[in-house]
Design a protein around this ligand. Structure first.
Ligand code: 13P
Length: 210
């Protein structure tokens, strides 16, 4: 997909996430890897109303080279996209249920959401490392996220929200949606003794679809 099509797709998927309540106000940001740099949603923009022409463009060295001023979370996106060379995009949300899990889980935990359903395992994987709280935009989060993202498609920022990567932008959005649904199920079933997928079932899913 060329840059112009990716800009259109980013605006379309941002609007879709916003319209379905995965993001409110100006929460959340999205980045996409390009052959000559990165696209990133502008800071303080609403995912529901992204203008494709005003999306920030960063060069290969992550310097701002076009469009509006980029998200304050450039360090978060850089951490994941440099840790995961196969990832083409990163979606950060404050989606309610995933964020709630991020308020309950202890930093350092690696599986705060149990494997209840196949699609969570298939899209997000076996681990979801919980990163300790950092102020939004704090450059200090980069090293922690970078280290955790090497072995995980997604990480969960304590008291903040999920950061999800994908091979393509569409993959990252789908994984972020599955993560939110899995978090909702986990909270709904908390303490109810729900049956989890067995380690063998998780292995089978990852061997088949991973
Ligand atoms: P930006 O508006 O700078 O992208 O920040 C929003 C956000 O989600 C902070 O975590």
């Amino acid at each position: 997909m060329d840059e112009s099509a990716l800009r259109q797709q980013l605006a379309m998927l941002g609007a879709s996430l916003f319209q379905r309540g995965y993001s409110v106000g100006t929460a959340g940001n999205i980045s996409v890897r390009l052959p000559d740099g990165y696209l990133m949603t502008p800071t303080n923009s609403c995912l529901g109303r992204i203008d494709p022409a005003r999306i920030s463009k960063l060069g290969p060295d992550w310097s701002h080279i076009g469009g509006d001023k980029p998200s304050k979370e450039v360090f978060m996106h850089r951490a994941v996209l440099t840790a995961r060379p196969d990832a083409g995009a990163v979606v950060h949300l404050h989606s309610t249920h995933a964020t709630a899990i991020g308020c309950l889980a202890a930093p350092g935990e690696t599986a705060p959401i149990p494997p209840l359903t196949p699609y969570f395992v298939m899209r997000v994987g076996r681990t979801l490392p919980v990163i300790r709280y950092y102020r939004p935009g704090d450059a200090a989060m980069e090293a922690d996220i970078h280290a955790a993202a090497k072995d995980a498609k997604a990480v969960l920022l304590a008291n903040h929200g999920p950061v999800v990567s994908g091979r393509t932008l569409e993959d990252a959005v789908h994984a972020a949606e599955e993560l939110e649904e899995a978090a909702r199920l986990a909270l709904l079933l908390r303490g109810a003794g729900a049956r989890e997928l067995t380690p063998a079932q998780v292995d089978d899913l990852l061997a088949t679809f991973g």
